[in-house]
Write a protein that binds this ligand. Sequence first.
Ligand SMILES: C[S@@+](CC[C@H](N)C(=O)[O-])C[C@H]1O[C@@H](n2cnc3c(N)ncnc32)[C@H](O)[C@@H]1O
Length: 305
Amino acid sequence: MAGLLTATGAGREIEGSRMRAGVLQPRSRAGWNNCWPGADFAGINITIRVSCMRIVIDTTENAVISADGRHLDLYGKEAFELISHLWLKTSWNQKYSYTFTWLGLPIIQHPEDLVRLQEVIFTLRPDVIIETGVAYGGSLVFCASLLRAMGSKSRVVGIDIKIRPQNRKAIESHELTRYISLIEGDSVGPEAVARAREFVRPGDKVMVILDSNHTKAHVLNELGAYAPLVSPGSYIVATDGIMGLVHDTPRGKPEWDYDNPTQAAREFAACHPEFALEEPKWRFNESELDRTITAWPGAWLKRIR
Ligand SMILES: C[S@@+](CC[C@H](N)C(=O)[O-])C[C@H]1O[C@@H](n2cnc3c(N)ncnc32)[C@H](O)[C@@H]1O
């Protein structure tokens, strides 16, 4: 079925389609459920308002019409980036990152972030990885699996304010548990920080991933507590800055616009010249693309001295 689908908050006609504020309407009388999902998309236009940006996806013309009215090639780089930006928002609202496991344990991350993290761990070969925010333990097992694959004797140290008994059991009975140490406590509490520090020996290459409480204040405190452990050339990663992007989605909160890890990382970098906000270089790229599709925007703080 070929039809014309529109969604907008503008309340006016575009490309011959009738708009009503904020309502998705199939142009044909067949009804929305008949043409989505799984319908033949040939000949369908979709207009979507993203915050104050309207994107028109026109598969009849192979075009994306951007906010400033430019017609972009649907299969070009700019259209890809625009659609990816929107996809990030919708995927977050759908809890897409809550659908994966790593070697048996749930891991709450966007897949591209995991691949990029893997590239950094492989390049850096850290002696110690410290991660705040354990949840089910999938991200600890992810790091541990890389350490084993690299033949490394390094450790990953996970800190969580509450490690549920069933999660502790799953982590401690996992075949990679010998690479993992758990610390239960507030990640910015002096005991947890001191215990994490005990895993670091002089000269160790240390990397830190912050994935616990994502308020700006908490992340700033974590940066203050763990950044001194990070070795030159390595990173401390303030994950989940996607909060800033999704503050206006149904599951988001307005205050996330400014209260998020990206803001914390930015503020930290501004007063710590030994760190620079610097995305790791991709190890391989045979495309024209150069931007990570990430739930961790502005997350990577590299120790430069
Ligand atoms: C997003 S989950 C971590 C996900 C995990 N890193 C992964 O990739 O699967 C956040 C975790 O942070 C923990 N948390 C929240 N506040 C904390 C705090 N102040 N200190 C330590 N952990 C905290 C929560 O208990 C929760 O398990």
